[in-house]
Each structure stands twice: as structure tokens, then as C-alpha cells.
Design a protein around this ligand. Structure first.
Ligand code: C2E
Ligand code: CA
Ligand code: CA
Ligand code: CA
Length: 275
């Protein structure tokens, strides 16, 4: 009985209903948001820790809700995932980010790679690689300027994941494992999966100066990446001390507020692109 736990049922039930209703409303809004052009992308620089050059950018999805203002992707991506809308939305992200990258290359800027987050549903689409190949061809962007970010949980079904990754690699794009260290960990797939990069989750990088365990984890992941000949990026670099630590570990790249928060395309072009 809810009463036994000290929960007031008279309050609990209506508030649950309200939450469910809000959710449904947001999901409906989400469905219309694409044609109403409420989505846009921001870009966050990926920086080489060796020479501090910009080597890439991560595309991050934003939703400007007409009434609620900006809604966090943490809130709407799961909704898009559950409703299946993520497949269409994910394709919009891919197309928009690749077009942007191509536009900047055509304008004469030094080419960089664009990283794009894939969701589980997208990753499980049987013809994903063909579809991405088509889009890249249409846009005229070489696959070597595209990196796809997947998470550890997407490799749960090893056979399916392996086959999908093989097709994507055949296409010529790069693959990174996002939020590395937070998922279920099988070191087995690391050595057998055709991947290029690990992105150390920012929860570890955050406390690297104050927590010995986090420092040990970051240092171990970095050294393992070196041994497996994978590239390694640290997420969530927020200060110079963290940067020093990561450099000492010979971590290849960094991303985080220390360099820049995610910014709109015009700001990214002005601040980070070089001729
Ligand atoms: P993520 O892929 O791990 O992206 C990095 C997140 O960390 C971004 O949050 C970024 O703004 C934030 N971040 C970057 N540097 C720092 C830092 O130094 N400190 C702190 N505290 N945070 C930092 P954002 O943009 O809110 O995105 C949240 C998540 O939403 C992403 O996490 C990703 O999982 C998902 N997401 C965003 N865009 C897309 C998309 O186009 N498709 C899919 N499937 N997921 C997306
Ligand atoms: Ca990511
Ligand atoms: Ca991440
Ligand atoms: Ca994430």
C-alpha cells in the first residue's frame, strides 16, 4: 500500500497523471517540430591536445519550443527514440551537419571532421550504411570527414553491431564510442569491433584532479586506447589542470567548456575555422 510508504495517494495519482499528460503533449509537439523548423544544430570544437588545433566538431541537436523555449536533448531525445521519430530526426541531423561541413570546405576553410551522434534505433536500421552513403554522395562530402558516435550499449547484440560497423567502415566514415566507461563493459568487443576512437565520459574527466579513482580510470582508458591503436578523446574538459593531466597521459583530443561550449554555426565559423 502506498500509505505504508507514507505516500499521499490523493496527491500522488494526479501528479503522475499530470506528468504523463505533459509527456504526451511534448511528444505531439515533437512530431510537428521538424516541419515547423524548430530544430537547429550547434557545434562544439574537438581540439588536438598536442598543438591545440581544431581537428573536428561535434554536432549537437537543439529544439527551440515555441512556448517552452529551448528543451534539453536529454529530455526530448528519449521521447523521439520511443516514438520512432528519431530515425527521421537523426537523418535531418546527419544531412544538416554534413551540408554545413561541405559548405565550409567549399568556402576554402581547412577541412575538419564532423562528429554526429547516432541513437540506438538509427543504428539498428538495416540499410543505415547505404542511406548514409547516398546522403554523402548527394551532398558531395567525402566520408573521411564524418565520424559517427555510438554508445557501448548499442554493441550489446554483438553480431548485429559488428555487421553494421563493418558496413559503415566500408563506407569510409570513422566510428567512435561515446560516453566510454559508463556502459556495460566488455573488453572483448573493443579488440574485435572495427572502431576508431574512444570518448572518455565527462563524469570521469570532471573529478580527475580531486578523485584518485577517476584519475586512475582516465589514465587506464587512455593507455588501453594507445595499446589497441585507437584514438582517444576526453569529454568535459573544463580547466587547465585537467588539460595538463590529459596531456601527460598522451590523450589525443579534448572537448569541453575550457575550449568552448557548443555554439551556433556562424560563431563556430568566426571563432574556430582557419583558411
Ligand atoms: P553527448 O553526446 O555526450 O554530448 C556532449 C554533451 O556534453 C553536450 O550536451 C555538451 O553540451 C555537453 N558538454 C560539452 N562539454 C562540456 C563540459 O565541459 N562540461 C559540461 N558539464 N558539459 C559539457 P547536450 O548538447 O545537452 O547533449 C546531451 C546529449 O544529448 C548528448 O550527449 C547526446 O547523447 C544527446 N544528443 C545531442 N544531439 C544529438 C543528436 O543529434 N542525436 C542523438 N541521437 N543524440 C543527441
Ligand atoms: Ca556525443
Ligand atoms: Ca559523450
Ligand atoms: Ca551521451
Amino acid at each position: 500500500h502506498a500509505k505504508d510508504y507514507g505516500i499521499d495517494v490523493r496527491h500522488f495519482v494526479p501528479s503522475m497523471q499530470r506528468k504523463a499528460k505533459e509527456r504526451l503533449k511534448l511528444e505531439n509537439d515533437l512530431r510537428k517540430a521538424l516541419e515547423r523548423r524548430e530544430f537547429y544544430l550547434e557545434y562544439q570544437p574537438l581540439v588536438s591536445l598536442e598543438n591545440c588545433e581544431i581537428v573536428g566538431m561535434e554536432a549537437l541537436l537543439r529544439w527551440r519550443h515555441p512556448k517552452r523555449g529551448n528543451v534539453s536533448p536529454q529530455e526530448f531525445i528519449p521521447l523521439a527514440e520511443e516514438s520512432g521519430l528519431i530515425v527521421q530526426l537523426g537523418e535531418w541531423v546527419l544531412r544538416t551537419a554534413c551540408k554545413q561541413n561541405k559548405t565550409w570546405q567549399d568556402a576554402g576553410y581547412k577541412p575538419i571532421c564532423v562528429s554526429i551522434n547516432l541513437s540506438m534505433r538509427q543504428f539498428l536500421q538495416p540499410h543505415l550504411a547505404d542511406r548514409i552513403g547516398q546522403i554523402l554522395q548527394e551532398i558531395g562530402l567525402e566520408p573521411k570527414y564524418v565520424e559517427l558516435e555510438i554508445t557501448e550499449s548499442m554493441t550489446f547484440d554483438k553480431e548485429t553491431a559488428f555487421e553494421q560497423l563493418r558496413r559503415l567502415k566500408e563506407l569510409g566514415v570513422f566510428i567512435s564510442i561515446d560516453d566510454f566507461g559508463t556502459g556495460y563493459s566488455s573488453l572483448h568487443y573493443l579488440k574485435s569491433m572495427p572502431i576508431d576512437r574512444l570518448k572518455i565520459d565527462r563524469s570521469f574527466v570532471n573529478e580527475v584532479m580531486s578523485d584518485h579513482n577517476d584519475a586512475a580510470i582516465v589514465s587506464t582508458i587512455t593507455s588501453m586506447a594507445h595499446h589497441l591503436q585507437l584514438k582517444v578523446t576526453a569529454e568535459g574538459v573544463e580547466n587547465e589542470e585537467q588539460l595538463h593531466f590529459l596531456r601527460e597521459q598522451r590523450c589525443h583530443e579534448g572537448q569541453g567548456y575550457y575550449f568552448s561550449k557548443p555554439v551556433p554555426p556562424a560563431d563556430f565559423e568566426k571563432t574556430f575555422l582557419l583558411h
